[in-house]
Design a protein around this ligand. Structure first.
Ligand code: ADP
Ligand code: GLC
Length: 474
């Protein structure tokens, strides 16, 4: 597994959660899994991590580099943390306070080369390399060119697209950086707009492609969601499978969650009411049981549609008796819009800007409803987490949200879906859930139990990945 994120060591959103829980699950099924992850400055290595005395020789196009490795083992799984000061000894994964690092393509191209050379170093030729997003898109290009007649050239490569919006554009010289011949620099290869597009490279060169929900697999073949790569994806449609993400069922279960003050289950929801009180206390809200509490935990970027929520939030707070708690960070303009609103309506609206793991669990558990008005959502983990805690999602019918949430009807359903991302559609859906909460609490309880009983484990999805690995190896 080659990934820029792996929870809990490095995590900005769902990618880190997903890759970590999938790797662990596959290892539990008896497969041998090795993970390669940069040792970012923020990572605190577990005490049992072993330092390798021999560095990895990294065969860059311009000569040799040396990378130090630290290995952390858990049963069938080993994580190799790569220490390389020039690229990874920084606190952020992709950015710092001044914005994205300008050398990101180079950093992850280096990681990609390192992944191949680590296998040689360990004298271990895997059946399949599983790469995640654009950061790993040049691995299959190397397998097909520089490695073609070498042992690693026999590996299959599976690329999982978690988010098609990020492409990783690099100047053509990135090919020299990795020693890749220039014949791949063509429109049905790695080239786009006279640059190297690392996601496109992965799409053309991977043995098999997956994305993180069935619906998103269809959506990205259309111009509306294809981010300019719908044609290559259509071209590779026969090799593309949508596999819904699973979740870590220990960390994200109200029965075992180590971050919760009290546990609860579908047969005994009393702990949920206590979590709600704790959350209300944390937010300095009145501890009213009858006031519906809406939660949000999100990166604050265009994808998430929370600008639309910011448009309607003052009206919601003026017209309805509700409480709202938002945890997130990202776009500074959106952050400050939410901070302003929370200042004015502080008795019923609480905003925490930043990354806060404990609070995110308390929101999932203590809120009544969870809001996700995404413009697009490849899978989305938060709606699955919230359903596990009986917190009903209010989400736009797109991507994985549509696949995982059953829209309320009568007493069936696990949440609420709306179609158009407009102020009025979101406002009316929220108003409707308030009415339901006040006037039909017994229906809300049924929906909560329906939601909590959904199976979002890796059981089925991990087996689908194993099938894809087998096809890729063949
Ligand atoms: P995405 O990967 O697009 O951000 P997902 O729903 O797949 O969306 O996953 C988001 C993950 O990141 C969840 O585990 C969520 O709890 C976590 N997360 C996002 N923002 C924060 C934050 N500010 N504090 C804590 N956790 C966060
Ligand atoms: C991306 C997507 C999100 C998905 C996550 C894990 O960050 O935005 O929808 O759940 O990856 O696959």
């Amino acid at each position: 597994m080659v990934s820029p994120e792996w929870a809990p060591f490095a995590r900005t959103g769902g990618l880190g959660d997903c890759v970590a829980s999938l790797s662990k699950f596959i290892a539990q099924l008896g497969h041998e899994v090795k993970v390669i992850l940069p040792k970012y400055a923020s990572i605190v290595l577990p005490a049992s991590t072993i330092e390798h005395l021999q560095p990895v020789i990294v065969n860059m196009g311009y000569g040799t580099e040396y990378g130090k490795i630290w290995e952390y083992k858990m049963d069938n799984l080993s994580i190799y943390f790569i220490e390389f000061e020039r690229y990874f000894d920084r606190d952020g994964i992709y950015s710092d306070n001044d914005g994205d690092f300008s050398d990101n393509p180079e950093r992850f191209a280096f990681l990609s080369r390192m992944a191949i050379d680590l296998c040689y170093h360990l004298n271990w030729i895997p059946d399949v390399i599983h790469g995640h997003d654009w950061t790993t898109g040049l691995i299959p290009v190397m397998l097909d060119t520089t490695e073609r007649n070498k042992p690693m050239g026999h590996c299959g490569f599976v690329l999982t697209i978690h988010n098609l919006q990020h492409h990783g554009y690099a100047p053509k010289s990135i090919l020299n950086f990795l020693g890749i011949p220039h014949h791949v620099f063509r429109a049905d290869g790695v080239e786009a707009f006279d640059q190297v597009n690392m996601m496109k490279a992965g799409i053309y060169f991977a043995t098999k492609l997956t994305t993180v929900s069935e619906n998103y697999a269809k959506e990205i073949q259309q111009p509306e969601f294809g981010c300019g790569l719908d044609s290559p994806l259509k071209f590779r449609a026969g090799d593309l499978t949508g596999i819904r993400n699973g979740i870590d069922e220990y960390l994200w279960s109200p029965e075992t969650d180590p971050f919760l003050p009290v546990k609860f289950s579908p047969t005994n929801l009393s702990g949920k009411a206590i979590c709600k009180k704790k959350l209300q206390t944390y937010c300095n809200f009145a501890r009213e049981r009858k006031t519906p509490l809406f939660g949000i935990v999100s990166r604050l970027y265009e994808q998430k549609g929370l600008d639309i929520f910011a448009n309607i939030l003052p009206n919601l707070l003026e017209n309805l008796t509700i409480q709202v708690v938002l945890l997130g960070s990202g776009d500074h303009f959106l952050e400050s819009r939410f901070i302003q609103i929370a200042k004015k309506y502080y008795e019923r609206c609480f905003v925490h800007i930043g990354f806060h793991e404990t609070l995110s669990h308390l929101i999932e558990a203590g809120a009544d409803f969870f809001i996700m008005p995404s413009r697009f959502e490849p899978c989305g983990l938060n709606q699955m987490y919230s359903m596990r805690y009986g917190t009903l999602p209010i989400a736009r019918a797109t991507g994985g949200l549509k696949d995982t949430i059953q829209h309320f009807s009568g007493s069936t359903g696990t949440g609420f879906l709306f179609q158009d991302l407009t102020d009025s559609a979101l406002y009316n859906t929220i108003r409707w859930t308030c009415d339901l909460y006040r006037n039909a609490p017994e229906v809300v309880t049924i929906l909560r139990k329906n939601a909590m009983r959904q199976d979002f484990s890796w059981n089925t999805s991990a087996k689908k990945y194993i099938d894809v690995y087998r096809w890729a190896r063949k």
